[in-house]
Design a protein around this ligand. Structure first.
Ligand code: NAD
Length: 353
């Protein structure tokens, strides 16, 4: 029997969840209905044949609903998650799971007390560009990774609606930044020991970070940089991964890119080539002889986003371990807290997260 789910907040993402549930998760989930505080959004849902609840309380009171997905602006995630759990529902929050680590600790305590499942929709763990980078690293094709650059860049220079306001949990660190952090921290099995962040508010009147750059150092010596730009007119690759024996580049979400790796270190000799710039010679930066490297295609990786909800249902029914564990989300939120602190103080924050 499919599990009955209600969606709270029928905006862009709420609409996406409803379509995903009805089109891709038949047999696992059944959409019971939606609730949104704006009547026009309820009207839009009804126009698509979706049942709409008469109030938020009506969702909590529906005995058939076992799972609730919260897809509202970020500042409502905590009160709605607590109400859902106390009403005996299991809950999925959209990302960011909460506004900060303290909020999440509170919600995790309510989940423990009520014995209900609580998790966060970190859907970008299933993005193909990300899974491809994971596979490059897992396979060892570039040796030991030591520096990972993960970027999303655009130039539209606008933040959509509530995303421009601090009281709603706006800004790019809590938006795309959360996805990129969750991806890196799920990939690297080592504590974060240092966080340095610079948050920018470039657009006139904007009171949140509309662009951000973040540097992470892990205990195992690997480090990573994360960038979210809304003011970038010449894009860099989505991923650039440096390993001891090669480099991997993933250009875009369509997963164009390549791996270049060493084949024969012995053939290199200092004297062979020299490059002259206007101001002087260099041997260190002279191009490598092509016969000492090989270029390989990126591994072909398949992903299946349905696994997120399939896992949540299985965790509720059979006690399967969650793929997106609240403890992992808590680590991410603690790094976010450290990033805000780092930006305020203008220096890096030493930690063990
Ligand atoms: P949106 O503004 O399009 O939609 C939010 C909806 O919530 C609106 O219709 C609004 O009326 C409704 N709402 C506000 N307060 C409410 C309340 N208290 N109760 C019920 N409804 C309420 O925003 P969005 O882009 O859909 O973002 C919603 C959430 O989804 C955010 O947390 C955002 O970070 C997240 N999101 C996640 C992804 C992803 O890929 N995982 C992508 C986009 C957005």
């Amino acid at each position: 029997m499919p599990m009955k789910i209600a969606v709270i907040g029928y905006g862009g993402m709420g609409e996406w969840h409803c379509a995903h549930i009805t089109e891709n998760l038949k047999g696992t989930l059944e959409l019971a209905g939606v609730w949104d505080i704006r009547p026009e959004r309820l009207e839009a849902a009804r126009a698509k044949g979706i049942f709409t609840y008469a109030s938020e309380q009506a969702v909590w009171d529906d005995p058939e609903v076992e799972l609730v997905t919260i897809a509202t602006p970020n500042n409502f995630h905590k009160p709605l998650a607590i109400k859902a759990l106390r009403a005996g529902k299991n809950a999925v929050s959209e990302k960011p799971v909460m506004m900060n680590a303290a909020e999440l600790t509170e919600v995790m305590a309510v989940a423990a007390e009520t014995g209900k499942i609580f998790t966060v929709h970190q859907n970008r763990r299933w993005d193909r560009d990300y899974q491809t980078v994971c596979e490059v690293i897992r396979s060892g094709m570039i040796g030991t990774p030591y520096f990972i650059e993960s970027r999303v860049q655009g130039s539209r220079r606008v933040l959509c609606g509530w995303r421009g306001y601090p009281e709603n949990g706006g800004g790019m660190l809590l938006d795309w930044g959360i996805h990129l952090l969750d991806q890196i921290m799920w990939m690297v099995d080592s504590p974060v020991t240092e966080v340095y962040a610079q948050l920018f508010d470039l657009m006139p009147g904007v009171k949140v970070d509309d662009n951000m750059k973040l540097f992470l150092r892990f205990e195992n010596k690997l480090s990573a940089t994360i960038e979210v730009s809304t003011n970038c007119f010449i894009l860099q690759p989505r991923w650039h991964v440096s390993g001891t024996d090669g480099t991997a580049v993933v250009e875009d979400w369509a997963v164009n890119g390549r791996v270049v790796r060493l084949t024969n270190e012995d053939e290199m000799a200092w004297e062979e080539s020299i490059v002259y710039t206007e101001a002087g010679p260099t041997r260190t930066m002279a191009p490598r002889p092509p016969e000492t490297t090989e270029t390989l295609p990126l591994p072909d990786v398949k992903t299946d986003l349905r696994q997120f909800y399939i896992n949540v249902v299985s965790a509720i029914r059979d006690g399967t371990e969650l793929i997106v564990r609240p403890e992992e989300a808590l680590r991410v939120m603690r790094v976010v807290d450290a990033a805000f602190l780092s930006d305020r103080q203008g220096q890096s924050v030493k930690c063990r997260i």
